[in-house]
Design a protein around this ligand. Structure first.
Ligand code: URA
Length: 444
């Protein structure tokens, strides 16, 4: 595209104008094919930050981003395509458990996942704890695995939504990651390109969430629903609690182990299990695989307890290059950290507050997350057996177990972990683990 046309489109947005579908297609094309300079991409993102986008513009930009690359179509599958997106949490292994669970119930899950962002973990990083697992298998293999196994959790790759890849990289360094319209278009364009029919959006609320508060979470929910209306994607929004870890582990291999335990119907992870089963049941209903929530709930619980979900997970891992016996022999395939340090409670009482963001940052500082893009991470480190709000602890009992590479790294983490918990004599009320969003038009 010639530079004058690009400048005209940026000027229109800068001055508060509304761009039509063909203008927004030109923007997405220019970003995706590299004909817009980085400066032009940045100026466009900042113009949207200042002037916003109408719902129609946001939808048309979403569709234009989707069409900047290949789109997966799953017309020949005998079941619905289902997916989930989360705004990012700590100890949140839902995707790892949900995808095989849905596959075991007749759904198909081509799940395009991301890496850790800031203090929150990423599904791809967790899967890369498994030697050989290929998060970029290419479109043909992705299709083969989804068709054969029912689920594949992979990264975005170069083929899907290239304009979003470039725009996101520019947003990351121009203070425009948190622009709601760009966030909505980015997330939905990838889900549409992946071919999902039904999507649950899990928006985290609490001190460990990426969004700053309840108002921002509700705003994102409404924008997401309004933008998705009129597309092929059916969306429901759930708000879930991030005032404590979702599971009891934070860190890549540790979280994966916790999921393997749940898949084998073991382990003590009631919150992670309960939220995953809830989202799975909702998605079965959205996809027409169950007529009512009670039946859907029974079906997903049976898929977990029977080992059917475990079997799907094992097949997905081996089809994507990982070992065939991960579930039987996790210790043979998942690295463990050399140093394990218990952090004891200094007083007896109820856990009244957990600084989730600080605990997520401890994992990053141990080497389990990134401070700059492309950084190699240590999959073995993190926190295990982390207590949650409302738990009763005796003085000296563990608040968490630090898994670190070295003793000095564990020393540094210990001080932060200790400070992340407040113990009180009385139990404090906790937020509900989840709450389904009632869209505004339903509330009227
Ligand atoms: N995840 C995305 O894919 N895009 C955003 O803009 C934010 C989170």
């Amino acid at each position: 595209m010639n530079s004058q046309r690009a400048a005209g489109l940026i000027r229109c947005k800068r001055d508060g104008g509304e761009l039509d579908a063909s203008a927004l297609r030109a923007v997405a094309q220019g970003i995706g094919d590299g004909s817009w300079s980085e400066g032009q991409v940045a100026a466009f993102a900042m113009a949207v930050a200042w002037r916003g986008m109408s719902t129609l513009e946001c939808r048309q930009f979403t569709l234009a981003l989707r069409d900047s690359g290949q789109c997966l179509r799953w017309d020949d599958l005998p079941g619905p395509t289902l997916d989930k997106h989360s705004t990012g949490g700590v100890g949140d292994g839902v995707s790892l458990l949900l995808a095989p669970l849905l596959a075991a119930c007749g759904g198909y899950v081509p799940m395009i996942s991301g890496r850790g962002l800031g203090h929150t973990g990423g599904t791809l990083d967790k899967l890369e704890s498994v030697a050989g697992y290929d998060v970029h298998p290419g479109m043909a293999r992705l299709r083969q695995v989804v068709e054969g196994v029912g689920c594949a959790i992979v990264g975005q790759g170069d083929e899907l939504v290239p304009a979003d890849r470039r725009l996101y990289a520019v947003r990351d360094v121009t203070a425009t990651v948190d622009v709601a319209e760009l966030m909505v278009a980015s997330i939905l364009s990838k889900k549409l390109a992946g071919g999902a029919q039904a999507l649950v959006l899990d928006i985290k609320i609490g001190n460990g969430a990426q969004l700053p508060g309840v108002a921002a979470a509700r705003d994102l929910a409404e924008r997401m629903l309004a933008t998705a209306r009129g597309t092929s994607l059916d969306v429901r929004v759930v708000f879930s609690d991030m005032d404590q870890l979702l599971g009891r582990e934070a860190g890549n291999a540790l979280e994966l182990r916790a999921v393997l335990d749940l898949l084998r119907d073991r382990g003590d992870n009631p919150r992670l299990r309960a939220l995953t089963l809830e989202l799975a049941a909702e998605l079965l209903c959205m996809g027409g695989l169950s007529r009512d929530r009670a039946g859907a709930g029974r079906r997903v619980r049976a898929a977990l307890s029977s080992g059917a979900a475990a079997e799907r997970f094992a097949r997905m891992v081996s089809a994507l290059g990982g070992p065939a016996d991960l579930l039987e022999r996790p210790d043979a395939h998942l690295e463990s950290a050399l140093v394990q340090r218990v952090v004891p409670a200094s007083a007896s009482g109820h856990v009244a507050a957990v600084d989730v963001r600080a605990l997520g940052q401890v994992v990053v500082d141990l080497g389990g997350g990134r401070t700059h893009p492309g950084q190699a991470i240590d999959h073995a480190v993190g926190l295990a057996e982390v207590v949650g709000r409302g738990d009763l602890v005796d003085a000296g009992q563990p608040l968490a177990i630090i898994h670190a590479r070295t003793a000095p790294a564990a020393d540094k983490a210990e001080a932060s972990v200790r400070q992340a918990f407040r113990i009180a004599p009385e139990a404090q009320p906790c937020a509900p683990l989840w709450q389904w969003h009632a869209p505004m038009e339903q509330m009227a």
